[in-house]
Design a protein around this ligand. Sequence first.
Ligand SMILES: Nc1ncnc2c1ncn2[C@@H]1O[C@H](COP(=O)(O)OP(=O)(O)O)[C@@H](O)[C@H]1O
Ligand SMILES: C[C@@](O)(CCOP(=O)(O)O)CC(=O)O
Ligand SMILES: [Mg+2]
Length: 333
Amino acid sequence: MRVLASAPAKIILFGEHSVVYGKPAIAAAINLRTYVEAELRDDKKIRIEAHDIKVPGLTVSFSENEIYFESDYGKAAEVLSYVRQAIELAMEEAGVRRGINVSITSQIPVGAGLGSSAAVAVATIGAVSKLLGLELTREEVAKLGHKVELLVQGASSGIDPTVSAIGGFLYYEKGNFEHLPFMELPIVVGYTGSSGSTKELVAMVRRRYESMPELIVPILNAMGKLVEKAREVITSELDEEEKFAKLGELMNINHGLLDALGVSTKKLSELVYAARTAGALGAKITGAGGGGCMYALAPGRQREVATAITIAGGTPMITEISREGLRIEEVMK
Ligand SMILES: Nc1ncnc2c1ncn2[C@@H]1O[C@H](COP(=O)(O)OP(=O)(O)O)[C@@H](O)[C@H]1O
Ligand SMILES: C[C@@](O)(CCOP(=O)(O)O)CC(=O)O
Ligand SMILES: [Mg+2]
């Protein structure tokens, strides 16, 4: 038997990092997906084929007609830790241990702030649990995905696996979510081309929080209040133009606060300012930062903003909200 499942990437519109400290955040699933195919084996082995992951420390040597491959096992194992933990938890949940092959293909850039870690965890849990005969709800998959991130990263708010499993446009706080009214968001995502590790960035913010709580706590509190304001705007009776103007202003404040936490980079800020100069109403980092992506809100100016991001050395992506989260694509007997 074989199962193919997929799960989407996300953008955090407001509240990354502060969400790890129990503040609320707003996020949306977007139409880039990770696909995981799981298949039962006749033996007890677990084989993971990850097509989109560069393994650091792989050495290839040639000697006459022979080719030798060596890999730094520790680093290779670390890169696959989200997938391994996802398989492990799905098996634990099903109460069975079987040999399986897992094959991953993904449209989501890795370490770019678009939640590739959550999408791979959610799609793997979805595929493996279905393969083992378990019917989990999307909420249950989200909770297991959160556990995977906690085990691998040491800290995680759970917002990414929740958005990836549930899909749509969500307000999230301490493990609970509510759907926000669906809005077409005229956004442009700008990818710096470099990556940041969520585990390391969350740990860096934690060190600052511990060494200078008198400065960092007020920043996190301001972020939490800003998210409440954004929710009020999104759920208000204002017309779309007024909503976008207010949300843009809040995005710019949120970017400044993230910069103060230390998670921006020169390139991220260059893309943010290029987008604003080209007419975006707001632009900010999305996700953990340290590289990765920013996004801009640019009603009627998406093409101009995309061009400005390209000129500033980034890669623009015009994306849409994905209403659907985890999807079982195919079950083959
Ligand atoms: N397609 C994939 N196949 C296997 N592992 C993946 C894949 N995509 C992401 N991952 C895992 O997620 C990690 C990146 O997660 P993270 O640092 O949280 O960045 P982000 O979630 O913003 O992309 C990768 O180092 C890898 O361990
Ligand atoms: C920084 C954080 O708020 C979001 C991280 O998102 P990503 O892994 O960079 O896509 C961490 C979390 O919420 O667990
Ligand atoms: Mg992640």
